[in-house]
Design a protein around this ligand. Structure first.
Ligand code: BTN
Length: 315
């Protein structure tokens, strides 16, 4: 089994043809459509069976019976690579990019991670069935504004899950999405790590984790739990990547202000406790500043800019 899997156009087209037909499709017909030999079709079938796909075969050809719910690159799109199991997609994306194995804007996906990284040095629990992805981005922004990228990752999660009809989601600065119910529960998180020298960012690795099928902690939830039915991981990853792509294009075209307004409209604006350098204070989230930092209004009505730290929802 290779260390990571890449996109394959013929595999994608092969699956598309079988999925579009309720009946058997002959190997010869598919081979002609793809411009390859029947022996190559046979190889594709063998490869897909190894990855858990099920086909019915007869003299009339092939019929697809079952596909695993795993975000293989041929299920998601061209700019993706996939690991069944890796330490952290953050680490893999950085190494693959530096060793010229991937270009910027490529998503590095994993089915499970053994050393998933959370913010502030925390661990990100990564059971199979959830979304784990990291993307290398190039943006001409100062280091102190890197928080904007975590916010864009969070906005993409917010839009994607809202598209499923989830109504009670809120973005929590700088990177999470929470489901606000009797007890607020976290459904996703983002981390943005910059590489370069001093203030000059060369590239950023943005990592996104979304609990799609499993809720690994008592204080978390999952999309399946919220919808009360099992959500498809492949469908979620496709939608998320599309949403992020739209948002990223908008950001690069200079529409940060419009995106910031959308984030403010959908963020947790209630009471919070801010924990920073072992000091803490309470206040109300009143919005985000032009440079992406959080604005917290304190009891004495003064507004404090929060550049980093842990923000806890007070409910
Ligand atoms: C947080 O809320 O603390 C941020 C969590 C970010 C988790 C994602 S999962 C994909 C990517 N790879 C990692 O190791 N971490 C990020």
């Amino acid at each position: 089994m290779p260390r990571f899997l890449t996109y394959n156009e013929n595999v994608r087209k092969f699956l598309d043809i079988l999925r579009a037909s309720e009946d058997f499709v002959s190997g010869e017909l598919i081979a002609n459509q793809l411009g390859i030999t029947r022996a190559q079709i046979f190889k594709i079938v063998k490869k897909l069976e190894k990855y858990g796909y099920k086909f019915e075969k007869s003299r009339k050809g092939y019929k697809i019976l079952n596909s695993p719910d795993i975000p293989f690159p041929w299920e998601i799109g061209e700019n993706t690579v996939f690991f069944y199991k890796t330490d952290s997609t953050q680490e893999r994306a950085k190494l693959l990019f530096e060793n010229l194995k991937i270009r910027e804007n490529t998503w590095v996906l994993a089915f499970t991670q053994t050393k998933g990284k959370g913010r502030l040095g925390r661990k990100w629990e990564s059971p199979e069935g959830n979304f784990y992805g990291s993307i290398v981005l190039k943006a001409d922004i100062p280091l102190k504004e890197i928080v904007k990228l975590s916010l864009l990752g969070g906005l993409s999660v917010f839009r994607t899950i809202s598209d499923y009809g989830v109504k009670n989601a809120k973005i929590k600065w700088p990177n999470d999405v929470w489901i606000i119910q009797d007890k607020p529960k976290k459904i996703s998180g983002c981390i943005a790590e910059a590489y370069g020298e001093a203030e000059k960012i060369n590239y950023v690795v943005l990592g996104v984790g979304v609990n799609v099928k499993k809720s690994p902690l008592p204080e978390s939830t999952s999309l399946s739990e919220v919808l009360d039915k099992e959500a498809s991981l492949v469908e979620f990853v496709r939608k998320y990547i599309q949403e992020f792509e739209n948002i990223w294009k908008r950001f690069l075209s200079g529409f940060w202000f419009e995106l910031k307004t959308e984030i403010e409209q959908n963020m947790w604006r209630g009471k919070v406790k801010v924990i920073r350098d072992s000091k803490e204070f309470e206040g109300f989230c009143s919005g985000i500043a032009e440079d992406g930092v959080l604005l917290v209004q304190k009891e004495d009505a003064s507004v404090e800019k929060v550049y980093y730290g842990d923000i806890l929802i007070k409910f």
